[in-house]
Write a protein that binds this ligand. Structure first.
Ligand code: GAL
Length: 384
């Protein structure tokens, strides 16, 4: 426990008469008077980047919800630069943070910072991306990331007509040419997404319904460092040149994140696909996504992108805040998964939230009715 937390616990113990009278040293009355009310506690919130609007929404939601509980918040964005994030977390610790909430850029790169946090008894909550290879992470809040991958692959199959929306067998039999994209290999989630997707797609690849024309089916080949839109656009351009210069067409693209989907769609549009998935003679391929970023929700509304996976960042923030409060009040947060997320050193107790697939017809009921985006934002393709 941090100093302030120790004091709170001690004050509580004194109040309950648990501390033996007449003891010396620790427990002396000078410290017992100090309180660790929320307004005396600071929570360091370290987010990866502001280039993706989802992390801005996450940062804002965490900050607002913590401030509503009267905690002080030090929110920092690291510009997707690992040394910057290390330095920001270091600084939070030296400035006396009482708890850290961290969405890591590289899940393995913060070991020395987290050792310092552990030495100072500062609890660490790993936010959406699992921090790996250290015992100094106390709790993980995220979504069911394997199921995200399954949902993305299912949305691809549904968009192609191989499956119906209710999961039953659709009328389309293919063969369909598809290409596969994965996220950043240093993000634990990328492996869960790709794993869930490939477990779902493999039977259809094996029976010839789906053809990965480039042959690039390994996560290393499909990966996109730092989840960069431009990198995905460039790889899609390269795939079109290398594998589709014989007049064949791409029918579907597995994309794990809306930012990548936008890069992929740009490459396809530049090559004459679309503009929409119903255009003739060369429709936009079925492109999946994740995060319901507003620019992509507009693309879905316009029939350009086929689907996204909605993960409600407000709920994720709420879980992070609930876990933070538990630690700061001297309790353990409640986990709903204690098996899945082995970080290489230990299984990190987790709270996982469900996810929802969004096609064009779901925008109103899932995103607008819940207040996540307004109809006006969807129409503009811009927040605010
Ligand atoms: C992942 C996250 C995704 C997406 C991606 C790129 O860690 O789970 O939802 O946001 O990062 O930012």
């Amino acid at each position: 426990m941090s100093r302030k937390l120790r004091l709170t616990a001690l004050a509580g113990a004194l109040a309950m008469g648990l501390v033996a009278c007449g003891g010396s040293g620790a427990g002396s009355s000078s410290s017992a008077g100090e309180s660790a009310a929320p307004e005396d506690l600071t929570i360091g919130v370290s987010m990866p980047t502001q280039t993706s609007e989802r992390w801005i929404a996450d940062g804002n939601a965490v900050k607002e919800q913590l401030e509503a509980e009267n905690y002080k918040v030090d929110l920092q964005y690291a510009g997707d630069d690992i040394p910057t994030q290390s330095q920001q977390v270091d600084q939070m610790i030296t400035e006396g943070a009482d708890l850290l909430i961290v969405a890591a850029i590289d899940g393995t790169a913060l070991s020395s910072q987290l050792q310092a946090a552990a030495d100072a008894n500062i609890p660490v909550i790993s936010y959406d991306r699992l921090i790996r290879d250290t015992e100094n992470v106390d709790f993980y809040v995220s979504f069911d990331n394997y199921k995200v991958g399954v949902a993305q692959a299912t949305a691809l199959l549904t968009g192609l007509g191989v499956l119906n929306q209710d999961g039953s067998k659709g009328s389309a039999t293919g063969p369909f040419n598809i290409e596969l994209f994965a996220g950043s290999l240093d993000d634990n989630n990328a492996h869960f997404f790709f794993g869930g997707a490939m477990d779902t797609l493999q039977p259809y690849i094996d029976d010839g319904t789906l053809v990965v024309k480039s042959g690039q089916t390994d996560i290393e080949q499909a990966a996109t460092l730092r989840w960069q839109q431009e990198t995905a656009q460039k790889r899609m351009e390269d795939l079109l040149t290398s594998s589709y210069n014989d007049g064949s067409k791409v029918n579907g693209v597995l994309s794990p994140y809306d930012g990548l989907s936008r890069g992929i769609i740009t490459a396809l549009q530049n090559a004459g696909y679309g503009p929409t998935i119903t255009s003739t003679p060369t429709p936009m391929p079925i492109v999946t996504g994740q995060d319901a970023e507003i620019a992509s929700v507009k693309l879905i509304a316009d029939g350009v992108q086929s689907s996204t996976i909605f993960k409600d960042t407000r709920q994720l923030a709420e879980q992070a805040v609930t876990a933070a409060k538990a630690y700061l009040e001297g309790n353990e947060p409640e986990a709903n998964d204690t098996k899945t997320y082995d970080n290489g050193v230990k299984v990190v107790p987790s709270y996982l939230l469900p996810v929802q697939t969004v096609y064009k017809d779901d925008i109103q009921s899932v995103l607008i009715d819940s207040g996540y985006w307004t109809a006006d934002e969807v129409a503009k393709g811009q927040a605010g």
